[in-house]
Each structure stands twice: as structure tokens, then as C-alpha cells.
Write a protein that binds this ligand. Sequence first.
Ligand SMILES: Cc1cc2nc3c(=O)[nH]c(=O)nc-3n(C[C@H](O)[C@H](O)[C@H](O)COP(=O)(O)OP(=O)(O)OC[C@H]3O[C@@H](n4cnc5c(N)ncnc54)[C@H](O)[C@@H]3O)c2cc1C
Length: 319
Amino acid sequence: MNQLIEQLKQYGAVKLNEQLSKHTSFKIGGPAQYFVSVETLDGHVALMRYLDGVGIPYMILGGGSNMLASDQGFEGVVLHPAYQEIRREGSLIFADAGALTVSVARFSMKEQLTGFEWGVGVPGTIGGAVRGNAGAMGFDMSDSVERVFVYQNGEVRELSLGECEFGYRTSAFKVSGGVVLRVVLKLEPTEDTELLKHALEYLMYRNSTQPQGHASTGCIFQNPDTGRYREQLIEHFDKYSEKVQKFLSIGKISAGWLIEQAGLKGLQVGGALISDQHGNFIVNTGNATADDVRQLIAQIKTVVYEKFGIELEEEIYTF
Ligand SMILES: Cc1cc2nc3c(=O)[nH]c(=O)nc-3n(C[C@H](O)[C@H](O)[C@H](O)COP(=O)(O)OP(=O)(O)OC[C@H]3O[C@@H](n4cnc5c(N)ncnc54)[C@H](O)[C@@H]3O)c2cc1C
């Protein structure tokens, strides 16, 4: 064990039995046996090669803003990419995996590059954002990614946009694995001097629709596809209503709206509560456990399925 700690220390600060609740936006999660804040990209690669070689399990924790961590914690090594350089080359931005998405968005605006203003509202790291193809306000990562440096099967590879296989809140990294090391975004130079103002407008809109002041992990469920659930939507709701027409035109049904229609807002298990403000947010009222959240998720899925025949699927990563 001492030998492992000495190895880990070569790559960054090491903590033993670190509570994951300190590193997740939900403020939930038991102890990580080893928690390493990896300081450089090369060190991150070397450490993953070492761990792969000796067969020690590891996982990546970026900003911890899209995960439900087990109350039992994680046996193995939690790697937190703490390298976070952001730089510009022409209309490209190179951002290290550990850079905050918000910082990348701010940097792009400062550099008079447009296309990524929406990133100011997304918590977490750019590496996590690429893995989940994060998005907001009608945009997602696939609109800006030019290429991605990734660690896969012991090798560092450079994947083109097409090879990332982005889809709605998914990517090749989510489906087949791979650790994002660096992201290259292609943005548009602009003369617009009001980029920051547009970004603040996004933020104000978000803040008015999302619960403030409680720990959460953003949207719990993906928005179901109207391609799959058109019949159920029309059977259970007024086809001519503005809402249903909107869902049909964008191809997605708001999961939060379905949860609200099922009468579930305000439902609570232990310290986990479905937000009154946004049905797709579960908030930690102070002492929620992962188990409380899991039970609440199971209840939501059952009720929505029984009422509307629609299966909700989690957007968050759980372990
Ligand atoms: C208040 C709030 C609002 C939110 N709003 C939005 C929103 O508008 N749109 C949206 O899309 N999301 C939103 N989210 C969810 C979350 O912010 C995003 O999904 C974010 O991109 C996750 O990044 P992260 O670094 O926090 O990932 P983490 O939570 O740390 O990790 C999530 C998953 O990605 C993996 N991962 C992390 N880093 C890497 C890497 N470098 N390489 C490979 N895998 C990695 C982890 O292992 C885990 O499986 C919101 C969350 C909160 C709390």
C-alpha cells in the first residue's frame, strides 16, 4: 500500500479516504480509498498507464456535477484532473480536461470568439462536458468541438469531431470508454461587444428556472424522444396545446414537465426532494444519502411509466 501511495504522489496531491461528498455538487458520496489531484496531462497519462498495468481500478472525477456517488464511496483511485490550461490559436481554443467549462466560456468571450457563450451556465470541467456532450440553450459540445485528445487502451489518440460520435447527452467516451485529456474548440471571431451581456441573459434565465441554494446534480433524467413516445404524448396530453406542439417540433419531451404532470414535484425520500421549481432536479435538503436519491429516482420512473407509458432514463452517472 505504501508503495502505491509513493507512486501516486509522483503525479499530484494524494488524500486517503477522502469523502467524495466534498467533491460532488450533490454533496453526496462516501470515501475514496485514494484521491489524486493530477497536476499535468502527461502525469495523468503516465498514472493511468501504471494503474492499467497493475490492474488497480480507477475513475475520473471532474467537477462532480453530474454524478451520484455511492454512500460506500470508491475502492480504488479517484483521479481528479487538476491541470487546466486554456489557450488560443487563431479561432481555436485548446482547453485541458480539468479546465472549468465556465472558464472556457469566459476565456472565449474575452478573446472575442463566439459560439460558446452558453458554457457559462454549465458547472464542471470541459472534460466532463465532452464526455456527456453537455448542452444548454439549444447548443451542445458537438457544435464547437473540433477534436479531442483522449486516452484509450493505453494510447493517447486525437479524435476528430466525427470520431467522437456525439449524440444527445452522449459520446464515444461515454459509450465505449476513454478519458478526455484536452479539447479543441473551433469558434468564430466576432466584433460583437455584447457577448458578456448575452451570456448574462442566459444565466439570468437559467437561474429563474432552476432551484437555487440547494445542492443538486442538475437534470437527473434525459428528455425522452418524441420519435419513440409520440403516441403516448398524444394519448395523455392535449395534442394542440402549446407545450405538446413545442415538444413535437423540437423532438424531445421535457422530463421535468412529465414529472410535474405526474404530480411528483415536492415528493421527498429522506433528505432528497424533487424541486418545486424544476421537476427534473432532485435537491439535497441537507442530509440526503445516495440511497435516498436512488429510491426517489426509482419512484419517479415507476409513476411516470405507469401514468404515461414513458420510460425515463438517467442522464447522471451513478456508482
Ligand atoms: C446546477 C447544475 C446545472 C447543470 N446544468 C447543466 C446544463 O445546462 N447542461 C448540461 O449538459 N449539464 C448540466 N449540468 C450537469 C453537469 O454540469 C454537466 O454534465 C457537466 O458537463 C459535468 O462535468 P463534470 O466535470 O462535473 O463531470 P463529473 O460529474 O465529474 O463526471 C461525470 C461523468 O463524466 C466522467 N468524466 C469526467 N471527466 C472526464 C474526463 N476528462 N474524461 C472522461 N470522463 C470524464 C466521470 O467519470 C463521470 O462518469 C448541471 C449540473 C448542475 C449541478
